[in-house]
Design a protein around this ligand. Structure first.
Ligand SMILES: [Zn+2]
Length: 388
């Protein structure tokens, strides 16, 4: 995270923008305010204070307008006494089930080029597609949640948060949450589990059918669609040239067999690597780091929807439905500071699109940009603000 000089004019200016945003914005209401623990942060520390408690909406608004914090987070847990310390004194009542998808956990090639802090259009598109996949391929079909039971929020920076608030998930233990995280990440699924007769000579290769539930069906459907996509696609998955050609040429016949669970016609040399790749293409990329994996932790504090993210100046925007998520453009729809222009001194060459307009900056060449674009660069550490 970029460290803006504490007490600097730049910091004062952005804080005043945040205050204006909270003063002029209505409807940043969250449910169950009185039962949640809140945290607030400075530009230097995302959670500088926690164990905060607000009795109602007007208390929360008063805090946001007075303090104009760079970050606001709230607990995914509900408590009897949210302000109590230590944690064991809070009186835990239950926790939402949370999925936190972040472009930096997806091992994207572009991230290696532009660094972890920057978010290019490719990052935005892929993390959105990953979130749609989580919902449409896992949460709805495998866990039986309906779209209405899911709350989707843009994180304010590089990804999305999905909250499940249904009664049946609130009491889940940390272990149960870890199992859910493992399930969507495909952890612990082996090729042998999917193909019980694999490696046995003279025995038919039995495997999953497309209509099977859960991972079995996903793997069968993925394999069929990978064959349909063509020989090159199969080679990209690690299948050698000649085998890929055979599979592609016989795909109609092979697919017919797989529909009955018969995989005998599928002969692949380096099976282990191949299945790992097919599995990885379907699994959801959550953070492998235990301290970052939000799903597992029922006491986690997460960005509060509707608040400003101090590394971007964007709003952690609530998205109305799964279908709206597909069309959501963070760099247009999550803009908070809509008025005026500012002068900036760029520290790097960058090109980006905000509100449908392309901006390019060159190191050391002063530029005048809309406030939202200048602040975005300044908070990313890529420009300093002048003329304020
Ligand atoms: Zn990128």
């Amino acid at each position: 995270m970029y460290m803006m000089e504490s007490g600097s004019k730049e910091e004062e200016f952005i804080t005043s923008l945040i205050r204006d945003y909270y003063k002029s914005t209505k409807g940043i209401i969250t449910d169950r305010i009185a039962a949640r623990e809140f945290g607030a942060g400075t530009f230097e520390r995302k959670i500088a204070y926690r164990h905060l408690h607000f009795r109602n909406e007007s208390d929360l608004y008063a805090f946001l307008r007075e303090r104009a914090p760079a970050y606001v987070s709230y607990s995914v847990a509900y408590y009897n006494r949210p302000e109590a310390r230590p944690m064991s004194n809070k009186g835990w009542l239950g926790s939402e089930l949370i999925f936190d998808l972040d472009a930096t956990d997806m091992h994207l090639k572009c991230q290696a080029e532009h660094g972890r802090s920057w978010v290019c259009m490719n990052c935005f598109d892929l993390v959105k597609a990953e979130t749609v996949k989580l919902i449409e391929d896992f949460l709805i079909p495998d866990f039986g949640f309906s779209g209405k039971e899911l709350e989707i929020n843009f994180s304010g920076n590089r990804g999305y948060h999905v909250h499940v608030k249904k009664d049946s998930v609130l009491q889940l233990s940390g272990i149960a949450r870890k199992q859910i995280s493992d399930y969507i990440s495909g952890n612990g699924i082996t090729a042998e589990a999917l193909f019980p007769t694999m490696g046995r000579r003279g025995v038919k290769l039995i495997g999953p059918k497309p209509e099977d539930k859960g991972w079995r069906g996903k793997m069968a459907r993925n394999f069929i669609s990978d064959m349909e996509k063509g020989q090159e696609n199969l080679e990209a998955l690690g299948i050698e040239h000649q085998t890929a050609r055979n599979l592609y040429n016989k795909r109609a016949l092979i697919s017919m067999g797989i529909k009955n669970g018969n995989w005998d016609m599928v002969y692949i040399k380096n099976k282990a690597e191949f299945w790992k790749k097919i599995l990885a293409s379907q699994a959801i990329s959550q953070s492998d780091r235990i301290d970052k994996n939000v799903t597992k932790d029922p006491t986690h504090l997460i960005r509060m929807p509707g608040t400003i993210h101090g590394e971007t100046g964007l709003v952690a925007k609530k998205i109305a439905s799964v279908s709206e998520l597909s069309a959501f453009e963070p760099m247009s729809e999550a803009i908070a500071f809509k008025k005026g222009d500012i002068g900036i001194m760029p520290k790097a060459k960058k090109e980006f699109i905000m509100a449908g307009q392309t901006f390019s900056t060159a190191e050391g060449e002063k530029a005048t940009l809309p406030v939202y674009a200048g602040v975005y660069l300044a908070l990313k550490g890529l420009a300093s603000i002048y003329m304020i």
